[in-house]
Design a binder for this molecule. Structure first.
Ligand code: COA
Length: 260
């Protein structure tokens, strides 16, 4: 599969997706959202990939938002469709992916850009990153899950402030509120994300996918996270990874997981 707006590099079971529209600060147009969907879908099917790192091209932006030029003259119905389709094929899709996705926030993450970073399983920022949901300054509200995921991550009061003021926070402020897990100097960002991916890859891929599902269950309407946890916990007992993990521990050796 060849792509116009994204680049994919694979090394040692880690796939790095770079959103590559630097002249538009990697703004998410329709084509980019579609390409990202296809790329994530392919990577999930391809059992070789164990962790995905998502970054923006250049040193200025992760993603500066949804492409404003594309929706400036939309009708009410088109606005609904834009948000619904985007949430379905990209934002919810990434959140529910079986393999972990780390957002490497390497600059501006605004609007849809921050929403995309928040849909990832966790975020690591470079020290120059700036984050915000400035939609109300354009007369609209976040439409790719921002009003839901931001309060989940930083609490309702802080999310209200960020969204209602349309303000930006620095990487350090984002770290203090739990929006990002770590802040590192920009030249070290990818190396740091790769080291984090290596730590994740020492563990059972089956258990990791079930952990993602159980954690996400807490945030889904009509789902009881504790019950999802119980079922997923039980299913682990039927996997090769569980047999390998426990046997390796008892034999005092490192486990070699197959993901089965
Ligand atoms: N959609 C479409 N184009 C965008 C964009 C977006 N969200 N963000 C940046 N761009 C484009 C600019 O239009 C400009 O294109 P041009 O050179 O063809 O005119 C290019 O990217 C560079 O942006 P520019 O504004 O010149 O850079 P800057 O350094 O002066 O400012 C930002 C950087 C991020 C502060 C500014 O681009 C910005 O506010 N972007 C919009 C952020 C936003 O509101 N996002 C939420 C959208 S819902």
């Amino acid at each position: 599969m060849s792509y116009k707006n994204i680049l994919i590099a694979k090394e040692n079971s880690i796939a790095t997706i770079t959103i590559n529209r630097p002249t538009k600060l990697n703004a998410l147009n329709k084509a980019t959202i579609q390409e990202l969907h296809q790329a994530f879908e392919e990577l999930e099917k391809n059992y070789e990939t164990r962790v995905v790192i998502l970054i923006g091209s250049g040193e200025k932006a992760f993603v500066a938002g949804a492409d404003i030029a594309e929706f400036a003259d939309f009708s009410v119905e088109e606005g609904v469709q834009l948000a619904a389709r985007g949430q379905d094929i990209l934002f919810n899709f990434v959140e529910n992916l079986k393999i972990p996705v780390i957002a490497a926030v390497n600059g501006f993450a605004l609007g849809g850009g921050l929403e995309l970073a928040m849909a990832c399983h966790f975020r690591i920022a470079s020290d120059n990153a700036k984050m915000g949901l400035p939609e109300v300054s354009l007369g609209v509200i976040p439409g790719y899950g921002g009003t839901q995921r931001l309060p989940q991550l930083i609490g309702k009061g802080r999310a209200m402030e960020m969204i209602l003021t349309a303000g930006m926070v620095t990487a350090d402020e984002a770290y203090r509120t739990g929006l990002v897990n770590h802040v590192v100097p920009q030249p070290e960002l990818l190396e740091f994300c790769n080291a984090m991916a290596q730590k994740i890859m020492k563990n059972s891929p089956v258990a990791i996918s079930k952990a993602i599902k159980a954690i996400n269950a807490n945030y889904k309407d009509g789902e009881n996270g504790f019950e999802t946890e119980i079922k997923s916990f039980g299913k682990c007992f039927g996997t090769d990874d569980f047999k390998e993990g426990t046997t390796a521990f008892l034999e005092k050796r490192k486990a070699v997981f197959t993901g089965a």
